[in-house]
Design a binder for this molecule. Structure first.
Ligand code: GAL
Length: 974
């Protein structure tokens, strides 16, 4: 293999300047499978090894900044573990921590240490991805707003950009470094930048890599090539373990059942060519999809990237050789406040395995089925590919994976045509240490539409030797005097299970009629059908220990859990609950924790020494079945939660756009007087009217322009620049002129509104939706938000200074008025500047109204109400606010819960109408302040119904949720 990453003399010279005499760490790429900095994390061609122990690395992506309630990080991480992820990948968002150059905040909801703690508490390995650039559908792709005013290009090496990038890395490395495995933490891999493959400057990559190392990051470096392009696999800027990303179904969820035939079959060869000494790593593999404004919604994405997709595409990854697979996203969360980039709305549910309110999904259960197999069946971690003989090889693709250490082989079967919905029977010729077989021998093996199967052959487990099975293995475990294996397939599919036995008179005990068996040449062949539920087959006398074979239908299998008992390496088995979070044993009692959504029948398989059980600390009475399993019922008690009806609540109303009034005093506003900009948007008139140039980076922007009227002036012309779904509204001398999408608008025929004598005042309100990202490393994130052109029409048409402008955004600009909620929470609406969204604001003199109101308003309106909740302990009832109205007159609304902006609503665009309110932000045991700001785009727009509603009510062992600090108006820093 070529030695890589050796610093060239040019790059060393460049970095010597950039790092001002800091000693260079030797990052020479080695032939051996470690990075020369640590032996705690090593690798070979097959897999990663942590402390010398091999593992299949199966992680999910999690964005702590999309769930600003640190207690819930522990909840989500626990769910990751329950779904059998053994790792988590964290993006760190520079802009979320840095409102202003030199200012960094890691307190409260920004306390990333708690994210590391949550991962550790759930026993998850961590991949850190701190950019500096992250993409992630966040504002500026994670760059802080202030970087928009940087002259140099981002993601290129230059003194200015190097210094700014290092400022961030230095801040975040203080958290990454001590959380590495080498320092007693859980971080095992560290990513350098993100999908950097356009307009690439390798010296920038090298500089970032060096900075991490100088700061003490010593775990292997990784890079996620957006495709199989070979970026940073070799040469300057290259990383220790190169990998790539893939989103085979793309991001358009509008035809969710139409799949492109887009599965890769070339990765194995590519990997062999590009980085054969490293494990095949998929640092982002499609776990869902984002959805744009006006899109079909996340239910559609969940349908498109569903459990069938997970079966076909993830198993194909394994067939190609991947042993590092990170799903983007494991849990999506919410792009609350102004966190999102313009293409996406507040929900970032992503159709991920765990939904935005933290609920289980069919895909989550599929992930659990696969994850449990991947962590149980160790020969799967060290395989070489071969091509088996298949009778229907024009229709069915079967990849063979042969373990290099044992005789175990795997056969991964799927349709050649990924999208095929046919049911096809097939046979595979297998060679085992017990002989050659064409399987199945007696009944049918099918691929039914969009499914894929991993068949295991020649496999020793506990006291058993499996010759082969055409069912898929979920897991196996020895339970004292007998072994247990759970296998599954879709309901009505047949299965064949061949087990080596030492004598012919082995006893096979099954209650189900579909089960038959025979013994020939020391092999017990059991045939059965997967039915609804799980069929026990008890095999005794065939080997040193009996085997309980549990044959599950697919939906029954999705409710089998195999938690690893706390402080041990053994699993216990439990079927039935909605979610099992953990299991621990003390003396002869087994304690389960988890969630149920209804009264649930359960079956438990445990070692013989277990005699009693608890579920969420309550005694659970179970009966022992004849095969040694235990059965019983967990009762669900309806907590009868009282959910306030907001349509009957008292609301307070205030008009909230005094800026429209020509007499409004804007003397404290910023004068827009810049003549130069670092934006990539080319101004067409001056002064510059780009909000970011004046330090306003989030949410609504007001501009007020004044000019003296004359008979020469016939009107004016404005061009608004902003992202998707932005809108703006214009007033002249207090009169509403109209509401528009971004782009150019000429205002003429102003019917007496335009004064020919005296001062005219234009008031403009721009509803922005965040900044572009920088995926292509071309500074697109610096596209302006504001007005590119603003000039008068008539004979005095001129491009320079025909109007005097004042600009206003969020209170304090980069010096945040509310550092606790941070840089994305509030924009420049009058009510936001006055703190009307905050708890403790005195709305005593506002009008009492009910919502929906029956009034047509043209200015901004604010509505406030309070409500109480009392969700009892032991329950999880993730709550939401729903808007219900028509789309006739366009408006935008901002939803604030206890001062936190948790919803950007566009009634005409949608698709989002329901907004998640995470516990912690929401006080589930006390009073809450809800505020809604309504910005009419069309005349007469008004707020529809506002409904408070839980997504689901679960009896739950969710970790206690601490209330997040939600400062009131008295804490405002002005
Ligand atoms: C990738 C990127 C991620 C995210 C994803 C789509 O290209 O690395 O940050 O943007 O696409 O959700």
């Amino acid at each position: 293999m070529v030695a890589r990453g050796v610093l060239t003399s040019v790059s060393m010279a460049i970095m010597a300047v950039a790092t001002a005499a800091a000693p260079l760490v030797s990052l020479e790429k080695r032939e051996e499978s470690n990075n020369g900095l640590t032996d705690r994390v090593t690798w070979d061609k097959h897999s990663l090894l942590i402390d010398g122990e091999r593992l299949f690395f199966f992680s999910g992506e999690f964005h702590y900044y999309r769930l600003p309630s640190p207690s819930l990080w522990f909840d989500v991480m626990e769910k990751f573990k329950a779904l059998e992820f053994n790792g988590v990948s964290f993006y760190f968002n520079w802009g979320y921590h840095s409102p202003k150059k030199g200012v960094y905040d890691f307190d409260g909801v920004r306390d990333v240490q708690k994210a590391f703690d949550a991962a550790a508490a759930a026993d998850l390995h961590v991949i850190t991805r701190a950019g500096p650039y992250i993409n992630a559908e966040v504002d500026c792709g994670g760059f802080p707003g202030w970087l928009m005013n940087q002259h140099s290009m981002a993601r290129k090496s230059s003194p200015e950009n190097d210094a700014n990038s290092k400022e961030w890395l230095e801040a975040i490395d203080k958290y990454i470094v001590p959380n590495q495995i080498t320092k007693g933490g859980r971080v095992v891999l560290n990513q350098i930048d993100n999908e950097y493959a356009d307009n690439v400057d390798p010296y920038y990559m090298e500089m970032i890599k060096q900075k991490f190392a100088e700061d003490g990051v010593d775990v292997p470096s990784i890079f996620n090539d957006p495709n199989t392009n070979g970026y940073f696999a070799h040469g300057t800027g290259s990383v220790d373990i190169y990998g790539w990303d893939s989103y085979p179904l793309g991001f358009d969820c509008s035809n969710p059942t139409v799949w492109p035939n887009n599965r890769s079959t070339t990765w194995r060869d590519y990997h062999e060519m590009m980085n054969p000494g490293e494990p095949m790593a998929l640092y982002e593999f499609q776990g869902g999809a984002f959805d744009p404004w006006g899109g079909p919604g996340y239910d559609a994405c969940r349908t498109m990237v569903n459990e069938q997709y997970a079966k076909v595409f993830y198993k194909n990854n394994y067939a190609q050789g991947a042993t590092i697979q990170n799903l983007y996203m494991g849990y999506g969360g919410s792009s609350w406040g102004g966190l999102a980039k313009p293409t996406v709305y507040t929900s970032y549910d992503y159709g991920a395995p765990i939904s935005e309110p933290g609920l289980m999904t069919p895909k989550g259960y599929e992930v659990k089925l696969q994850g449990t197999f991947l962590h149980t069946v160790k020969p799967f971690w060290t395989t070489e590919h071969f091509s088996p003989k298949v009778d229907k090889d024009d229709i069915i693709l079967v990849d063979g994976l042969a373990d290099v250490n044992t005789d175990t082989k795997f056969y991964i079967a799927q349709h050649w045509n990924t999208a095929s919905e046919d049911k096809d029977e097939f046979h595979i010729d297998i060679e085992t240490s017990d002989g050659k077989f064409t399987i199945p021998q007696k009944n049918k093996l099918v691929i039914d539409g969009r499914e894929a199967k991993i068949l295991t052959t020649d496999y020793d487990f506990h006291s058993q030797h499996l010759v082969y099975t055409t069912s898929e293995i979920f897991t196996h475990q020895t339970m004292g005097s007998h072994d247990v294996m759970v296998v599954y397939a879709y309901e009505d599919q047949e299965g064949e299970f061949a087990l080596k036995v030492s004598k012919d008179d082995v006893k096979v005990d099954a209650k189900d009629d579909s089960v038959s068996h025979s013994v020939e040449d020391g092999i017990l062949l059991i045939n059965y059908k997967h039915t609804n539920g799980t069929t026990p087959i008890y095999i005794s006398g065939g080997s040193d220990q009996d085997l309980l074979l549990l044959v599950a239908g697919y939906s029954s299998a999705t409710r089998w859990w195999a938690p690893i008992v706390k402080d041990s390496k053994d699993r216990v088995l439990i079927q039935g609950p909605y979610l099992v979070r953990g299991a621990s044993i003390s003396d002869s009692t087994l304690a389960f924790t988890g969630d149920i959504d209804e009264t649930t029948d359960i079956e438990v398989v445990v070692p013989e020494n277990i005699e009693s059980f608890t579920w969420n600390d309550k005694e659970l009475k179970l009966k022992k079945s004849e095969h040694g399993t235990w059965t019983g019922t967990i009762e669900f008690k309806d907590p009868k939660i009282d959910i306030p009806d907001l349509t009957k609540a008292e609301w307070k109303y205030s008009e909230a756009s005094p800026e429209i009034n020509p007499d409004f005093d804007d003397s404290t506003w910023t004068t827009a007087n810049h003549l130069q900009t670092n934006s990539v948007t080319i101004p067409e008139t001056w002064p510059i009217l780009f909000a970011d140039d004046y330090g306003f980076h989030t949410g609504c922007i007001w501009l007020r322009g004044k000019f003296n009227g004359s008979s020469d002036i016939t009107g004016f012309n404005l061009t608004a620049v902003s992202g998707d779904a932005s809108a703006w509204v214009a007033w002249l001398n207090g009169e509403y002129l109209g509401g528009y999408d971004v782009g150019n608008q000429a205002f003429e025929d102003l019917n007496g509104t335009l004064k020919t004598d005296g001062e005219n005042v234009i008031s403009l309100l721009l509803w922005t939706t965040g900044h572009e990202d920088d995926w292509s490393a071309d500074d697109d994130y610096k596209t302006a938000r504001g007005f590119q052109k603003a000039n008068l029409l008539g004979t005095r048409n001129q491009t320079i200074w025909s109007i005097d402008w004042k600009i206003q955004g969020n209170l304090g600009g980069e010096d945040l008025a509310d550092p606790v909620r941070g840089p994305y929470n509030e924009g420049g609406l009058y009510g936001e500047r006055m703190g009307w969204h905050l708890p403790g604001f005195d709305d005593g003199d506002w009008d009492k109204v009910s919502v929906p109101e029956d009034k047509n308003r043209t200015g901004v309106s604010w509505y406030r109400t309070n409500f109480d909740l009392d969700i009892p302990d032991g329950y999880d009832a993730p709550m939401s606010i729903k808007f219900d109205d028509d789309t006739k007159t366009r408006y935008r609304a901002l939803l604030f819960i206890n001062g936190w902006q948790f919803g950007r609503y566009a009634n005409d665009l949608g698709p989002q109408t329901q907004y998640y309110l995470p516990s912690g932000i929401l006080n589930t045991k006390g009073s809450n302040t809800l505020a809604v700001a309504v910005i009419p785009i069309d005349k007469g727009a008004q707020l529809g119904k506002v409904i408070l509603e839980p997504y689901k009510v679960l009896e739950s062992s969710i970790p206690a949720v601490e209330l997040v600090d939600s400062p009131g108006i008295d804490k405002r820093q002005t």
